[in-house]
Ligand binder design. Structure first.
Ligand SMILES: Nc1ncnc2c1ncn2[C@@H]1O[C@H](COP(=O)(O)OP(=O)(O)OP(=O)(O)O)[C@@H](O)[C@H]1O
Length: 254
C-alpha cells in the first residue's frame, strides 16, 4: 500500500533520509519509533506531500506519489497529480488543526463536500456515524474551543476518516494531551483499528499503543530502519543497543 524506494530527503546540507526503503502492506498498521530527529515526521510529511523527495520514489497503492510518466520519462509530480493522491491519504496531527470557526459537524463534512463533491446530506450522515464511533454524537453543534483536547483530537480522527482514505497517518497524536485524555484518544483508535481494515502509519512515543495496535514496529535511527519487527519481538528482544537505549529512555519518561 505504501512503498518507499531509495528515498532521499535533505534539508540544506543535512541528509535526513538516505536511500530509505520500506513498505506497508494494505490493512497493515505500522508504528515508527526512534529518537528525536531520526526522520519519522519527515516520512509522514513526504506522504502528505508537504515535502518533496530529493531522490527515489514513493508509491501509495498503484499510484506513484512523487513522479508522473511523460512519454518514456518520469518527471516530478505536478500539483494536479498531488491533489488527486492527497485525497486518498488522511492525516491527524499533534495539534488537532480543526477549523476554529466551524462547528464539529461542519469540520467533518467540509472536505468530503468540497474536495470529493459528496452531497451535503450524505456527508452529514457519514459525519454523524463517525462522530458516534468516536463518542461525540452529542457535540455536533459545538465549536472546537468548547471541547477538551481529547475531544478535539477525536473530531480530527473522525474528520480524517470521513474522506474514506486508503491510508491514515498519525503524527504524535497524543503528545499534546494529558494522560487521561490521551488514553481516550487511543481507545478510539483501537476501536477504529479493530473495526476497519484501513492502513495506518503512526509516529508515537506511546509504546503501549504501539504494542496493542500495530502489526509491525520500525525503529528508526538517523534516517535508517534499524529494526523491523512485531511489537512483541521488538519490545521484548531488541537486537541493537541503540534500540535498548531508546526504549529505556521512553519508559523513564512515561
Ligand atoms: N523544514 C525543515 N528544515 C530544516 N530541517 C528540518 C526541517 N524539517 C525537519 N528538519 C530536520 O530533519 C531531521 C528529522 O526531523 P523529523 O521531524 O523528521 O524527526 P523526528 O524523528 O520526527 O523527530 P521528533 O521525534 O522530534 O518529532 C531533524 O534533524 C530536523 O531538524
Amino acid at each position: 500500500m505504501i512503498r518507499f524506494d531509495r528515498v532521499v530527503k535533505r534539508f540544506g546540507d543535512s541528509v535526513v533520509l538516505d536511500e530509505l526503503d520500506f513498505a506497508v502492506r494494505p490493512g497493515e498498521r505500522v508504528t515508527l519509533i526512534g529518537p528525536s530527529g531520526s526522520g519519522k515526521t519527515t516520512i509522514l510529511r513526504l506522504l502528505m506531500t508537504l515535502e518533496r523527495v530529493d531522490g527515489g520514489t514513493i508509491h501509495v497503492g498503484d499510484e506513484c506519489l512523487t513522479h508522473v510518466r511523460r512519454g518514456e520519462r518520469l518527471v516530478p509530480a505536478d500539483e494536479k497529480h498531488l491533489r488527486e493522491v492527497r485525497k486518498r491519504i488522511g492525516m491527524v496531527f499533534q495539534q488537532f488543526n480543526l477549523f476554529p470557526n466551524m462547528r464539529v459537524l461542519r469540520n467533518v463534512t467540509e472536505a468530503p463536500v468540497r474536495v470529493l463533491g459528496l452531497p451535503v446530506a450524505e456527508a452529514q450522515q457519514r459525519a454523524r456515524d463517525l462522530l458516534e464511533v468516536v463518542g461525540l454524537a452529542d457535540k455536533l453543534d459545538a465549536y472546537p474551543t468548547q471541547l477538551s483536547g481529547g475531544q478535539q483530537q477525536r473530531v480530527a480522527i473522525a474528520r480524517a476518516l470521513a474522506m474514506q482514505p486508503d491510508v491514515l497517518l498519525l503524527d504524535e497524536i497524543t503528545s499534546a494531551l494529558d494522560p487521561e485524555l490521551a488514553a481516550e484518544v487511543l481507545d478510539v483508535l483501537r476501536d477504529v483499528a479493530r473495526t476497519s481494515d484501513i492502513t495506518m502509519l503512526c509516529v508515537t512515543h506511546a509504546m503501549k499503543f504501539a504494542r496493542d495496535v500495530s502489526h509491525r514496529v520500525l525503529m528508526f535511527d538517523q534516517g535508517r530502519v534499524l529494526e523491523d519487527k512485531s511489537p512483541r519481538e521488538l519490545f521484548e528482544r531488541p537486537e541493537h543497543e541503540r534500540t535498548r537505549r531508546f526504549l529505556r529512555s521512553v519508559l523513564e519518561e512515561a
